[in-house]
Write a protein that binds this ligand. Sequence first.
Ligand SMILES: [Ca+2]
Ligand SMILES: [Ca+2]
Length: 246
Amino acid sequence: MPLPRRPRLVAAAVALCAAGIASAAVVFTTNGPFGGFFGLWGADLNPQQKAAARFVPTADHTFDDARVWLMNNSGSAYGQVTLRLELDATDVGQGGVSRPSGIALEEWSFPIQTLGWNPVQHTAPGSARPALRAGRKYWIVASSPAPSGANPVWNFASSGNAYTAILQLDGSWAAGSSAALTLTVNGAPGAPKKGDIDRNGAVNAKDLSLLLTRWASTHPAAGDADTNQDGIVNALDLADLLASWG
Ligand SMILES: [Ca+2]
Ligand SMILES: [Ca+2]
């Protein structure tokens, strides 16, 4: 006797969901903006002020997306937001103070999708999908060209332990409030081997050719050829590639 159609369809849907769950993991997350002691509040994004949250993966991942809660200082204007996934200054030879380096692995720009005191979680999906290496420091940096009073606000989390920083009027980064900017980073567990630039699972002459083509490049052209993520393609990356040959 043939099986009824409905149970077979349900089984297929469950299998698809299971596959989706298995391929994604939370690399880092804070709580959302609701329920905190001060209620809804956050850091203004305008030409004089950027805001950033730092995260440190505990295991290697491949970046999937970043999600932040944003609201709006205006009741009628949708401000523009730019988010960037940046390397840490201490990893790219910019001194010993942890802060955003200005070197981006990914970048997104979109209009904020909310008006007034109405936070919405905005998702920035990965395109280059860089490796997030265990123990390294990364930043999600937000900025906006919108003028103060009609600009996006990056909400503080009700609780959480992200390290945050604010770009001051004089152009220097300073430690943010003790409260965290909201941030969730998702990724697929595991990352390509260092030197597997075309991501086919092997490190071979094709990857070597790609690395040499990008020799001395900086981001974004450097891409995965910058295997040690120090901002430039050079002999250190070549050594990484040769060490994982095969
Ligand atoms: Ca390869
Ligand atoms: Ca490098």
